[in-house]
Write a protein that binds this ligand. Structure first.
Ligand code: NAI
Length: 268
């Protein structure tokens, strides 16, 4: 054996550190992109995972595929703009797994790329209703339930646009800045109950949402403004997400964690 002999032991230790075994996870907006990817990641890490989307039939295939691989997964119907769908979605997840939700990936979101002067009341309402109020509604339901069991991890998904200005995204950026701030307050209120609340701040990640920027012709400029000079792949969020989700991050609450190829530090 060479000097690398301890590697298997370390791999086992790292596996234990980041394990989600015994956790019951709820992922909003799990029908595509980051949400679907993270639902699969959580399942591989050992969690039972509820994939929540507006049309449960669309996530049922993903949940069935996970079950076929030996994981515990279910699909539940959730529209974050409708409060009346939220408690039933958590109830359905908890009934499916016979355990309370103790991990939330609060991810559902929509984007809008439009010059501010052309954004209508309806545009602004739609973006805030999903990204800010929707995230708050889902976090509130999770927080109420986690408070009863006095443990849990909530990961809210913001965006680099919450921290830096980018043109044509006034409503979106403001809606995500609000996510950062309500997460901070929630972290403060829930720390004493054993619940951690952290904010993931992805940079440009290749998903359907990026298509809006591609169509707007912004991609080249966004890459130029990113020190690593590329768009990120969805699996490049895995380390940060698992850190926030698992006991590896047990002393982390109120963190705002960027995974953005350096985008937020660059000024030109
Ligand atoms: P996506 O468009 O593939 O995923 C968004 C998901 O949210 C979809 O599954 C959609 O059906 C769901 N959703 C939208 N409205 C909903 C509602 N009312 N109720 C329930 N589900 C709803 O895009 P992506 O990229 O996966 O986005 C996921 C999150 O990551 C969003 O919050 C987005 O703002 C954020 N984000 C994405 C970045 C990127 O570059 N892709 C960068 C920074 C943040």
């Amino acid at each position: 054996m060479t000097a690398s002999a301890p590697a298997p032991a370390f791999a086992a230790e790292a596996g234990r550190l980041f394990s989600l075994s015994g956790r019951t996870a709820f992922v909003s907006g799990a029908s595509s992109g980051i949400g679907l990817h993270v639902a699969r990641l959580f399942a591989r890490a050992g969690a039972a995972v509820a994939l929540a989307a507006r049309r449960a039939d669309r996530v049922e295939a993903a949940a069935a595929a996970l079950r076929a691989q030996g994981h515990r997964a279910c699909a539940v119907a959730l529209d974050v703009t409708r409060t009346d769908t939220i408690a039933p979605a958590f109830d359905a997840a908890e009934q499916a797994f016979g355990a309370p939700v103790d991990l939330l990936f609060n991810n559902a979101g929509i984007t809008l790329v439009r010059r501010f002067v052309d954004q209508t009341d309806d545009d602004i309402d739609r973006v805030f209703d999903t990204n800010t109020k929707g995230a708050m509604r889902v976090a509130r339901e999770a927080a109420r339930r986690m408070s009863k069991i006095r443990r849990g991890s909530i990961i809210n998904v913001a965006s680099t646009t919450a921290l830096r200005a980018g043109g044509f995204m006034a409503a979106y950026s403001a809606s995500k800045a609000a996510v950062v701030q309500f997460g901070a307050v929630l972290a403060l209120e829930l720390a004493g109950r054993g619940i951690r609340v952290n904010t993931l701040v992805p940079g440009n990640i290749a998903t359907e949402m990026q298509d809006a920027f591609v169509h707007a012709g912004f991609t080249e400029e966004m890459v130029r403004r990113t020190p690593q000079r590329r768009i990120g792949d969805v699996d490049e969020l895995d380390g940060a997400v698992l850190l926030l989700a698992s006991d590896a991050g047990r002393y982390m609450t109120g963190a705002v964690l960027t995974v953005d190829g350096g985008q937020t530090l660059a000024w030109m």
